[in-house]
Ligand binder design. Sequence first.
Ligand SMILES: Nc1ncnc2c1ncn2[C@@H]1O[C@H](COP(=O)(O)OP(=O)(O)O)[C@@H](O)[C@H]1O
Ligand SMILES: [Mg+2]
Length: 160
Amino acid sequence: MKVKSEELVTLITIKTSCDKETIELGYRIGKNCKGGEIVALCGDLGAGKTCFVKGIGKGLNIEDRVINSPTFLICQSYTSGRLPLFHFDLYRLSDFSEIEDIGWYDYLNSDSVIVIEWAEKIREYLISDNVLWVTINIISENIREFVISANNKKLKYLLD
Ligand SMILES: Nc1ncnc2c1ncn2[C@@H]1O[C@H](COP(=O)(O)OP(=O)(O)O)[C@@H](O)[C@H]1O
Ligand SMILES: [Mg+2]
């Protein structure tokens, strides 16, 4: 079953004007995570996905300097924080079976926080109510627009 973007409810649209503000926005979501959330990030190279993940990590009490793009790994795990964080980067993914092979369903069933860069590549597999869609649009050199949406309003607490 495919999820059409028109079925998503926009929870907030917000602009940031530097890395620091993007980290703060990620922090806000990270600190509200209870476990079981999936943050699906969409946006071009250089949009600020990894920067946003640093903020989520900070909100989970993971030292932000340790978070980088897991470019040569599909998934990087961070277990030093309040909740485990699994950071996927699907830039090089050519087929969904590649993440099935590394135990995708075990990650999904865990009480952790999952963040996925290039989540649009697996959009049709991300149909749970726990998916927060974050689309980052590059407006100018330093301005980014974040459109944050979900299947319903259940995840609104992430923006408290
Ligand atoms: N408002 C902003 N938010 C996030 N990054 C920004 C912003 N303005 C400029 N940048 C720059 O954009 C780049 C984003 O890089 P990164 O987070 O690695 O992107 P991605 O993971 O989407 O490829 C960084 O070089 C950062 O300094
Ligand atoms: Mg990245």
